[in-house]
Design a protein around this ligand. Structure first.
Ligand code: IFG
Length: 534
């Protein structure tokens, strides 16, 4: 079988793998290739997103998953997760066992990893006889499994049994993240998304080792989480959304289901109740307690910001917030609660500062750490409070002062990380107030050297927010999130030394076949040479 001589570049290899089905159908220059006659070209280590800290292929060595393979693991939940995916696509039984005498197959072990991989990293070894992932903690094993899945043909993540062969490139990978916090945010307030839609997005962010999922649960247009004793927040405050649709909300059981689903993928949920601004839905629901004049504003279905404020001088406001925060804290295993704090244009600055100072204490009294949009840095931050930077500037005095004072900063510059920014002026979805953000612009920056006065050691990590004023479906989410979420996930995980747009563009191209298999409705950026058929 001879293909026209192709530069054995990474892209060509990935394209070759993706072209096989098309070549079989359309090739006239060479005899029709069928999967049986041409072994699928294993995915090279250089195609993995995020780029691993270190990867050494073993030339010529490969491992092919066979029907009798066994998954041996110290963490049954991860074994079952991998087995479910591979049983569906290979048709193999793939029993999951605790590690024993059986060798070969796939081993996922909590022993033998080098200390350098830390709590979230792993070591992956592929030899002709099997695949071994080693980690210090389960989260690291899960990350190693994501890398293994990317090394298998894209069809291995498909919903129907494929023909294989299920071949993996041989070699060794030792990998660990640059930042502890690699996040994605979904705004379910402007437009409500069902539990199934949120779980679909959680599955997708897990592909790229994102480990924090920030849910923007309340805003002017809707309150989306049931709070016991405050039913009108959801029955009335959750009854609409941008554009006037019927909105919706999560019961506490549904929220807990999302938290558990994310946790099975080693993703921590961070709930946000935006305050003191962005609170029209809450004020409309409980005007006596939350507004200064006791008058209920009408429900709001537009997209303006900055017109609402909780009444910061009323004690009932803080009794309300204590109920909300204590119930969310009880439902949230993770360390963080997000208190919003952005665009409080209708709150006097001195009132805002006093409010933020007090709310941080309420959050701490319920055992959690606050994250707030970076305006909270104008208050007196608790040492553990995390300002989330979202402006389009490269300097902010209050944030720099907080960093100097020891605060960790979460990086979300709107012009680089906001997934609701249009790609180009012809992008139908999204907004453009922070500029137009093609995938190269989302990739080509350094979170550890972006904001003056905020160096590498002050950066907690990076987060990609998706605001949903114009986003109403899973296909909309996917179009705006992919490929930019993969770019931002790499910025959060990979060493700065691997940062190279040309190489990353080839890695992105290699994701195209997987996104096609998964039905991810991604934006085919012209900045990337996507394999045809992907
Ligand atoms: N800014 C607002 C969001 C949203 C966004 C849309 C923040 C922190 C513009 N606040 O971003 O509520 O409207 O791009």
């Amino acid at each position: 079988m001879s293909f026209p001589r192709i530069r054995r570049s990474r892209l060509a290899v990935a394209a070759l793998a993706a072209l096989l089905p098309v070549a079989a159908l359309t090739s006239v220059a060479a005899p029709a290739a069928t999967a049986a006659t041409v072994a699928a070209v294993p995915t090279p280590f250089s195609s993995i997103v995020p780029a691993p800290a270190s990867a050494t292929p073993a030339s010529g060595a490969t491992y092919t998953l066979a029907s009798g393979a066994v998954i041996s693991t110290d963490v049954p939940g991860i074994g079952d997760y991998l087995a479910a995916i591979l049983r569906r696509s290979t048709g193999y039984a793939l029993p999951v066992h605790t590690p024993g005498t059986t060798s070969g197959g796939i081993s996922l072990l909590l022993s033998g990893a080098p200390a350098s991989v830390g709590d979230q990293g792993y070591q992956l070894d592929v030899t002709a006889s099997g695949v071994t992932v080693r980690a210090g903690k389960a989260a690291g094993l899960f990350s190693g499994v994501q890398t293994l899945l990317q090394l298998l043909p894209a069809a291995a993540q498909g919903a129907t049994v494929g023909s294989g062969p299920w071949t993996v490139t041989g070699g060794k990978i030792v990998d660990y993240p640059r930042y502890a916090y690699r996040g994605a945010m979904l705004d379910v307030a402007r437009h409500f998304f069902t539990v199934a839609q949120v779980k679909r997005y959680i599955d997708q962010i897990a592909l790229y080792k994102v480990n924090q999922f920030h849910l923007h649960l309340a805003d002017d247009q809707g309150w989306r989480i049931a709070i016991n004793g405050w039913d009108r927040l959801t029955t009335y405050g959750g009854s609409t959304q941008v554009g006037g649709g019927s909105g919706g909300y999560y019961t506490q059981a549904q929220y807990s289901d999302l938290v558990a689903y994310a946790a099975q993928r080693y993703i921590t949920v961070i709930p946000e109740i935006d305050m003191p601004g962005h609170t029209n839905a809450a004020e409309a629901s409980y005007p006596a307690q939350l507004t200064c004049d006791g008058k209920a504003p009408p429900l709001y279905t537009g997209t303006d910001v900055g017109f609402s404020s909780l009444c910061t001088s009323k004690e009932s406001t803080y009794q309300f917030l204590d109920a909300v925060i204590s119930q969310l804290a009880a439902l949230t295993p993770g360390p963080y609660l997000h208190i919003g704090g952005d665009e409080a244009k209708s709150t006097k600055p001195a009132d805002y500062v006093a409010f933020v100072n007090r709310v941080q204490q309420i959050v701490a009294s319920h055992g959690k750490t606050s994250i707030g949009w970076h305006e909270v840095a104008n208050a007196t931050l608790l040492p553990s409070t995390v300002p989330q930077f979202w402006d389009t500037t490269t300097s902010n005095a209050a944030v720099a002062a907080a960093a100097k004072n020891g605060s960790k900063i979460l990086m979300s510059p709107a012009n680089l990380t906001y997934l609701d920014m249009k790609y180009t002026s012809s992008t139908k979805l999204g907004q453009d107030w922070a500029g137009l953000t093609e995938v190269k612009k989302a990739y080509d920056w350094n979170p550890g050297a972006y904001l003056s006065g905020v160096g590498e050691q002050s950066v907690l990590g990076i987060e990609a927010p998706l605001w949903t004023e114009t986003i109403t479906s899973s296909a909309d989410i996917e179009y705006m999130a992919f490929p930019r979420l993969a770019a931002l996930a790499e910025l959060g995980w990979s060493p700065q030394s691997t940062h190279n747009w040309t190489a990353f563009g080839k890695r992105l191209a290699a994701q195209g076949p997987l996104w096609k298999v998964l039905g991810i409705a991604y934006y085919k950026s012209p900045q990337v040479s996507w394999p045809s058929g992907s």
